[in-house]
Design a binder for this molecule. Sequence first.
Ligand SMILES: [Ca+2]
Ligand SMILES: [Ca+2]
Length: 251
Amino acid sequence: MVEQINDNHYLLSFSNLGYKPNHNFQVKAASVPLDEDIWPTAETVLVKYPNLNLELLQPNCSEDRCLLPVETNLDLKPTYCALRICDVANNCSDISDSASAGDASVSKIVMNEIMFNPLGNDTAQGLEGEWIELYNPSADSLDVKNWKLVDKANNEVILDKDNCLVKNNDSVINSTKIGSQNYLLVLMSEPILNNTGDELRLFSLSGNLIDEVIYTRSDLEGLSYGRYPNASDDWHFYLPATPLELNQPAN
Ligand SMILES: [Ca+2]
Ligand SMILES: [Ca+2]
């Protein structure tokens, strides 16, 4: 996350991936539209830590997260910068949801519909298999790359271009960018959604819990479970399911 404090002052917040306060690390930034999928070759080292010359304040790290105030002339406006954090060996992790939108939009993303007992074999791939539909009710587009879905048994699914589908005009494409008031489908590469009920949690890249859902069993194959209206707290079963479409319970 990036929070703008005032003109040139920002507060970076990122998961503590082993970057302890006394370790060396860098935060790199690039001015780039966030709909660019490729990290640009031109990047600016925003902060090096430790480096007293930059008058950095010490990052404040807890078990899970670090907060790091920075002063920069680089434009860290939402939707127009990308950030990554790198250790001394230049192993880098993107802080992509940092810059893609403010907390408010990120936290509104919901798991909107769940297909946990698809018709036929649950090991089927793509739309024939298990999936979870996300819905973005906010006014901002968001990138959910490297967000994480976790079930009760701690199976983890990392959201990536390979397992995420969105609608682009009339076609369906692989992407982790979920438009305003739009949908994204996360495909399970193997069956992890228990047909007898499960607990699902969605975490942002920064490790924030964004949404959680508990569902109970459905004996009917092909029946999905979802919110109606979209993003509301009321859940219904759907037949047929409505992947990447408005949830509409059967009459
Ligand atoms: Ca299943
Ligand atoms: Ca739907």
